[in-house]
Design a protein around this ligand. Structure first.
Ligand code: PLP
Length: 396
């Protein structure tokens, strides 16, 4: 018998989609995998050299639990640049990716039964972690409002048990970038109703013009004492496997996170820490610009192809690297009667008929969404989307 806790979570829906794509590929099918939550790219030279130099120097020991002092200071300088505020190393904890940063936040904020408001569609790990930490996720549906939560809907979901609001911009899975006014309203609400803001900006470096990413504390500095900023290098430096993320928050939060992390994972990998530190010291932004340009081109290419289908409105794709298709019209009788009626069925049909793998919105609390990653090789992306359009055409 396992603990009751194990009933609260299953392996993530995105991992299941990746596994289905791999199984089809292992069975000999040629699969174009648009499920990935990562960018296809080479390493930044500074990261590579920083890692190799750390190995040569024999950096093989534990570091401070929440990261090398120099790295925490370099990250504080980064957050200071991004927010226009003064930040100190003691307000930073380095973690094993953003996922551990979020997990730490849930564990140090939530008492049993505390509620966390999570706009939906949501990245699947947000509610899972809240549940593991003993809390209760409360979802606010954004599908009829361009995937941006309205302050009044958030306020309507607040109860005496509400502890925090999750704000993820640019959003995974929807690809929207929250506008300035929405962020200001959420921050004001959090202040008025005494709530924490968990601000996940993992895709902040990828806002596609004219959309711009705004750190919430730079818009409303009074919200800083109740905000936990979550970020990582997984997406912005294409370093998903290296596991370096961080949280930036009031020192009291960081102290609690440090104690927690000292009993769970200790420090993140020392070589990866040195590699990122080297990048923060030496990087001139050219690698990030290169990734951004690569994504901008992929986005343009993808939108051009997707504009040729009639099943879903053109996705917003304002930030990050996901096309999120709203398939709700499929449920109506507009499509031919043999067309699938749920996103799960669409995903299965795309894999079976065209060898194209995407992630069903059911992984994100939306049975009628479809997420397609465009962080992949452009030729493959074009081929995959052309095939998808072909399958969709047959349904209209
Ligand atoms: N937050 C969001 C919104 C994500 O999409 C992801 C990864 O997909 C993460 C956090 C976790 O990132 P990491 O790989 O740094 O743990």
């Amino acid at each position: 018998m396992l603990a009751q806790r194990t009933k609260l979570f299953a392996s993530s829906g995105t991992a299941a989609a990746r596994a289905a794509a791999k199984a089809a590929s292992d069975a000999g099918k040629e699969v174009i995998d648009l499920t990935a939550g990562e960018i296809w790219s080479d390493l930044a030279p500074s990261v590579r050299e920083g890692a190799l130099a750390a190995i040569e120097r024999g950096e093989n020991r534990y570091t401070d639990t929440v990261g090398l002092r120099e790295l925490r200071e370099a990250l504080a300088a980064k957050v200071a640049r991004e927010t226009g505020q003064v930040w100190h190393g003691e307000e930073i904890a380095v973690t094993n990716g953003a996922k551990q940063a979020l997990f730490n936040a849930a564990m140090v904020l939530l008492d049993p039964g505390d509620e966390v408001i999570i706009p939906s569609p949501y990245w699947t790990t947000f509610p899972a972690q809240v549940l593991i930490a003993g809390g209760r996720p409360v979802h606010v549906d954004t599908r009829d409002h361009g995937y941006v939560p309205r302050a009044e809907d958030i306020e309507g979901a607040i109860t005496p048990k509400t502890r925090a609001i999750v704000v993820n911009t640019p959003s995974n899975p929807t690809g929207v970038v929250y506008d300035q006014s929405t962020l200001e309203q959420i921050a004001d609400l959090a202040i008025r109703r005494d709530l924490w803001i968990i601000f996940d900006e993992c895709y902040g470096a990828f806002a596609h013009a004219p959309h711009a990413h705004h750190p919430i504390v730079s818009l409303v500095p009074e919200a800083r004492s109740r905000t936990i900023i979550i970020n990582a290098f997984s997406k912005t430096l294409a370093l998903t496997g290296w596991r370096i993320g961080y949280l930036a928050a009031p020192k009291s939060v960081i102290d609690a996170v440090k104690a927690l992390q000292s009993h769970t994972t200790s420090n993140p990998n020392v070589i990866a820490q040195h590699a990122v530190l080297e990048h923060l010291r030496r990087g001139d932004g050219s690698y990030e610009r290169h990734l951004s340009e690569q994504l901008t081109q992929a986005r343009r290419l993808g939108l051009d192809i997707l504009s040729r289908q009639a099943i879903a409105p053109l996705p917003k794709a304002q930030g990050g690297f996901y096309f999120y298709l709203d398939l709700r019209e499929l449920a109506d009788s507009g499509a031919i009667s043999t067309a699938p009626r749920t996103a799960d069925d669409v995903v299965n049909a795309l894999l079976a008929q065209a060898g194209v793998a995407g992630v069903s919105g059911s992984a994100f609390g939306d049975p009628m969404g479809l997420r397609l990653s465009y962080g992949i090789d452009h030729d493959k992306l074009a081929l995959g989307l052309e095939r998808l359009v072909g399958v969709f055409d047959a349904w209209t």
